[in-house]
Design a protein around this ligand. Structure first.
Ligand code: AMX
Length: 434
């Protein structure tokens, strides 16, 4: 079938059985334990959550439904021969677990196109905001204003049986994903281009249309956006944006509400805002030292950042312990499309300088770059120079992963999330008894 929903529906019964069996036969087995340190330290390393769409290996990085990023670049359908994958293909993969054919990916493009019209009131909501409102706040607000049309919320109100929840959650998720490029582009054009909006192209795919509606038509830029939208989609379940979406969704808040929660988390500087922070930091370097910076000057700059009590943005990770493959794939893209671009060369130099310094601090668990260290370089090169918008591009992509998992969470009947918290006194008491 080339119908995404039909293909998904076929897969659900077997996965429901699989989960039931897992619970019944192995429900009491231990996956890991929780130390005092982990409870205090942001629950690092506690395997305490089910997430089907992707899995992160500390050494190797992310795999989407079992496929690494280089594998996806090879296997997923593309808009042009030898080019980058289209995110619609990844959406099919995340939802069904299977690499789609070109026809299947094209059917997703068409389905999204049909759902892409953004209601007028959303534009009015955007227009009413303070002109200094951060683009991520605008994104979350626009998404919340779409919630009035939630099919899941309506179905719940009318008493739908819980075994059918996944269906309206799927519908809401597709409606929302379809509208996100138009919303993001409107935020971009309102904030930086005087509100002069660009119509969607009926011949472009979902990711390329985002660049097009922002006002960028260069072929390289469209390819970059397809790749960007593919690689930022999912990073297993525990990161702030995924976990926030999952947690809020577990209360049966609909996809608009739960994704908006994810986006307010992505807007934090230690998470998705890091791509904005990297660009600002690089701009500081260039202003203070110039483009012909030597390694020694770079080292001094990095140390000055650390000594002033700030993090080096774009480096480090809570789970990864090696260079992020999302970084590597963007570096490969840059080497191919912009080998002499000064910002690319600066970024490549950082790769030589920063890890050793972070190792020297003796406390950074992962001294290597993450996804955000490179994405701004690609965007700048194609003229998307407004770094306060970068996290919105991350957020549009992130919808593919977190909403696909949201559909599965309802299909699998996952319960409301409710971990146990303790006071310091309660922890002291428990350790005294142990
Ligand atoms: N620069 C300076 N110090 C860093 C650092 C960096 N890039 N990465 C980690 N550290 C510090 C931590 O702040 C912490 O210091 P403390 O003990 O004084 O509080 C210490 O090293 C140990 O931290 P960790 O266990 O290595 O990292 P973590 O799991 O607590 O945090 C992360 C992970 C990503 C928040 C952290 O590496 C960081 O702040 N990086 C810079 C911001 C960034 O790039 N975020 C984007 C991550 C990817 C994403 O979500 N998009």
């Amino acid at each position: 079938t080339t119908d995404l929903k039909a293909s998904l529906a076929e897969k659900i019964p077997a996965e429901q059985e699989r989960l039931k069996k897992l619970k019944k036969e192995h429900g009491s087995k231990e996956l890991g334990s929780c130390t005092v340190e982990a409870a205090i330290g942001g629950m690092r390393g506690i395997p305490a959550m089910l997430w089907e769409t992707s899995l992160l290996d500390a050494e190797e990085g992310i795999r989407f439904r079992g496929h690494s990023i280089p594998e996806l670049q090879e296997k997923l359908p593309k808009a042009k021969e030898g080019g980058e994958p289209i995110p619609e293909g990844l959406l099919w993969l995340l939802m069904t677990g299977e690499v789609p054919s070109s026809e299947q990916a094209a059917s997703v493009t068409e389905m999204l196109r049909q759902r892409s019209k953004v209601p007028d009131h959303v534009y009015r909501v955007l227009a009413a905001q303070h002109p200094n409102t951060h683009p991520m706040t605008q994104l979350a607000t626009a998404v919340l204003s779409l919630q009035v049309d939630s099919k899941f919320a309506a179905a719940y109100r009318s008493g739908m049986h819980k075994s059918k929840y996944w269906d309206p959650v799927f519908e809401d998720s597709m409606d929302l994903i379809a509208k996100l490029p138009t919303i993001a582009a409107a935020i971009y054009r309102n904030t930086y281009k005087g509100g002069d909006l660009v119509e969607a192209s009926s011949s472009l795919d979902w990711g390329a249309n985002l660049a097009h509606m922002m006002g960028f038509t260069d072929d390289g830029c469209l390819e970059m956006m397809r790749l960007y939208q593919t690689i930022h989609a999912d990073h297993e379940g525990g990161n702030v944006s995924a976990h926030a979406t999952h947690l809020v969704g577990s209360a049966l808040s609909d996809p608009y509400l739960s994704y908006a929660a994810g986006m307010t988390g992505l807007a934090g500087p230690l998470h998705g805002l890091a791509n904005q922070e990297v660009l600002r930091w690089l701009t500081d370097v260039r202003q203070q030292v110039g483009d012909d910076v030597t390694k020694e000057q770079m080292r001094e700059f990095v140390w000055a950042t650390l000594k002033s009590g700030k993090v080096v943005p774009g480096f480090g990770h809570a789970v990864l312990r090696k260079t992020d493959p999302r970084y590597t794939c963007q570096a490969v893209f840059a080497r191919r499309h912009m080998p002499d671009y000064p910002l690319y060369r600066l970024t490549a130099m950082l790769y030589d300088v920063v890890p050793d310094i972070l190792k020297e601090t003796g406390k950074v668990k992962n001294p290597y770059p993450n996804v955000d260290a490179h994405s701004g370089v690609l965007l700048q090169y194609y003229g998307i120079t407004e770094e306060s918008f970068y996290t919105v591009l991350f957020g549009v992509s992130r919808a593919l992963g977190v909403l696909s998992q949201g559909v599965w969470s309802r299909a699998l009947g996952l319960p409301i999330e409710r971990p146990k918290s303790l006071t310091m006194a309660a922890i002291e008491q428990r350790v005294a008894q142990a």
